[in-house]
Each structure stands twice: as C-alpha cells, then as structure tokens.
Design a protein around this ligand. Structure first.
Ligand SMILES: NC(=O)c1ccc[n+]([C@@H]2O[C@H](COP(=O)([O-])OP(=O)(O)OC[C@H]3O[C@@H](n4cnc5c(N)ncnc54)[C@H](O)[C@@H]3O)[C@@H](O)[C@H]2O)c1
Length: 350
C-alpha cells in the first residue's frame, strides 16, 4: 500500500524530505500529494530550486497557481496559516479531500492540541512530526525502536530530532553492553533558522546573538530525545549545545562513565559489528581519508544517523569512554523520516 502523505512546513526539513523523497526514487518513494506552508507557491518553488547548502536538486522544479511540478509530476500546494483561529480558517480542513494517511508536520510550531484536532477532524490518520512534542504516542528513532510502533495505538508520532537520531543508537549499544552510569553530551550544531542574523531580541537571549559572529552556548533536547527512546537513561545524561557559524553537519562530543570495564579495542570491535549488522545504514565507522581526519563539510549529504570518528574513540581508566560523532543534521534526518514513513506503510491496514 502506498501512503498518501502531506507535508506541512516547507522549511529546511520539509523541503529536504520532499527533495530526498524524489531523489531516492523517480517520481518519489512515497506519494506526497499535497504540501503546505504560509509562503506563496512561487516562494516555495524558488527555495526548492535554489538551495544555498545543497545546490540545485536533481529534478526540474516548476509551479503554476495550484501545483508544484517536480520533473513533470504535480503536487498540490495549499497555503495554510495555523496562527488563524480555527481549522477551517487556517486551511488544513481542505486537506480532508486527499484521504491522507500521514500528515508530516515540519513546522516546529504546532501543539499537541493541533495534532489531536487533525486526527479528530479526520484530516489524516496519523501525524508524524520532527521534534520532541510532549504528549506524542511514540518517539521513533529508526534503527533502534521502530519495531515498537503499533498502528492501533500510536497516532501522533515523533521522528525524534537530528541529534536524537545520532545519539540514541550509540547510547543503545553502550548501555546494552556495558551500562551507562552517566554521560555528558556536547553538540556542536550549525546555524538554525531560530537564530538572529545580527544581535537583537529573542526570547532566548543566546539565540538573539548574531549567528555568524560567535560560538553560542545554548540548550538542547538531546538528553530528553535519548531517554524518550531509552527510558533506562532518564536522569543519567546532561547536555549542552554550541551553535557555530557553519551551514550544515553537526558534531557530538560524548563522554560516558560505564558500569563495566572495557577497552578501546573492544569498543571499536563492537561499533564495527553494529555498523555491519544490526545498525547497518544507521551508524558508520569512519577512518578518515589516507590516514587524515576529514572535516565536517566532508560528511554533507551522508545518509547515516551517526558517523563515528574511529581515530577519536578513547577509553580511560577502563570505564570512561570518549567519542566524536558527525552527522548531516538535515539530509540524514530526512532519510530517517522517510524510513519512519516506511515503517508506517509496512504496518498500515488497508
Ligand atoms: N534544521 C535541522 O537541522 C533540523 C533537524 C531535525 C529536526 N528539525 C526540526 O524540524 C522543525 C523545522 O525545522 P527547520 O530547520 O526546517 O525550520 P524552518 O524554519 O526552516 O522551517 C519551518 C517552516 O515551517 C513553516 N511554518 C511555520 N509555522 C507554520 C504554520 N503555522 N503553518 C504553516 N507553515 C508554518 C515556516 O514558514 C517554514 O517554512 C523544527 O521542529 C526543528 O527542531 C530541524
């Protein structure tokens, strides 16, 4: 059964999922029948065709008054604005006509009540979103807990966050084999659209600082993302994020205290085994190029949720492990969103 999907929010992630869906399979891996944003349709076409980070997409982009046209395939565009008072005014009710299986929300601005309304009004059978939303039925990190998805029980689904998708598989391995006593996670994250370009007012003072001028310490939900999927780690993780003036690819610097003794060799073997077997396509062990460590930009457009820099794996005093991870925070995340859609599709009842 091919899922009928709507994308609401055509920002970095919404456009990324649209682009990746078309790049993975001619005509699209899934049937995205309608896409929505507050922008006019010409703005969407312009941003899809011209991307400062990834360049031009590998398909032709065009539009008319109602449809985006990607390599000749029409996708209906619906202008919506959830800030207006009720569902009939904000435009989402129109989506009922599409018989949607999944409304994929990549706005970052919706509430759990918005999602409940979508389900109650039969606008879509499932909602999938791109952040940790309180009250969702399940947070899925593909590769680790996606078999736990139950179609009769889980209707509002989170695909976790980009850093959650990187951190959870690694924590899963370490906790299963050695037990994590406590850990500190530092993410070094590229600029995001929630930051100011120049110093100005923002409800978070740090995110109001000019994004190109500084390395900006800020909060991150990665500890929450991780413990939502691995509840055994609740209360054991602390995290900080630094926003840096780059466009793409995140780094995670990770230190954990383990409950059992181990060695650098044992950990390297374990990561290699997982990368080749249970977590193939999700984690990758990277040894650089000709003995040289690559730079973050070299990992742009990689599909893996987490790339382990194998030259940086350290074990001190048998119980303290240090790791460096990299991941394309947009593209790899969009690949995982499509994988989660695949899980919903495989368990969909006709
Ligand atoms: N950028 C990343 O690296 C990344 C990775 C994983 C998850 N996420 C999450 O994905 C979400 C979106 O992030 P982004 O970087 O794509 O942000 P973005 O600002 O680039 O995109 C958000 C889009 O949603 C639209 N939008 C906002 N409110 C809307 C509304 N009420 N109705 C319709 N459209 C609306 C905006 O116009 C914009 O086009 C956030 O929750 C973020 O945490 C981002």
């Amino acid at each position: 059964m091919s899922l009928k999907v709507a994308i609401v929010g055509l920002g970095r992630i919404g456009r990324g999922v649209l682009r990746t869906n078309f790049s993975q399979q001619s005509g699209g891996r899934y049937e995205i029948c309608v896409v929505c944003d507050v922008m006019t349709i010409d703005h969407v076409a312009y941003l899809l065709a011209n991307d400062s980070t990834y360049g031009r997409p590998p398909f032709q982009v065009d539009c008319d008054d109602n449809d985006l046209i990607l390599d000749g395939k029409r996708i209906r565009y619906q202008r919506v604005d959830r800030r207006r008072s009720g569902p009939s005014e904000h435009g989402l009710d129109v989506l009922k006509d599409f018989g949607l299986d999944v409304l994929f929300d990549a706005t970052g601005t919706a509430s759990i009540n918005d999602f409940q309304t979508i389900l109650e009004r039969n606008i879509a059978r499932k909602v999938l979103c791109t952040w940790n939303i309180s009250g969702c039925d399940i947070s899925i990190v593909y590769g680790v807990n996606h078999p736990n998805y139950l179609p009769d029980k889980h209707h509002v689904i989170s695909a976790s966050t980009c850093t959650g998708n990187a951190m959870v598989p690694i924590c899963h391995i370490l906790d299963k084999h050695f037990g994590i006593v406590s850990a500190r996670i530092a993410t070094i994250h590229p600029q995001l659209s929630d930051q100011r370009v120049l110093d100005g007012y923002h409800s978070s003072s740090q995110l109001g600082r000019g994004c190109a001028a500084s390395i900006i310490p800020t909060g991150t939900n990665v500890a929450k993302s991780t413990s939502l999927v691995l509840p055994n780690l609740a209360g054991k993780l602390e995290a900080i994020s630094y926003r840096v003036p780059t466009a793409i690819v995140s780094v995670i610097d990770f230190t954990a205290y383990l409950a059992k003794d181990t060695s650098q060799e044992e950990c390297i073997d374990l990561f290699e085994q997982y990368a080749e077997n249970q977590l193939s396509g999700i984690i990758h062990c990277d040894y650089g190029a000709w003995g040289h460590q690559k730079a973050s930009i070299d990992y742009m457009r990689t599909d893996y949720s987490a790339i382990l820099l194998m030259g940086q794996v350290t074990v001190n005093s048998k119980r303290q492990i240090g790791l460096s991870l990299m991941h394309d925070n947009e593209h790899a995340y969009c690949c995982r969103v499509l994988d989660v859609l695949g899980v919903l599709e495989s368990k969909a009842t006709v």
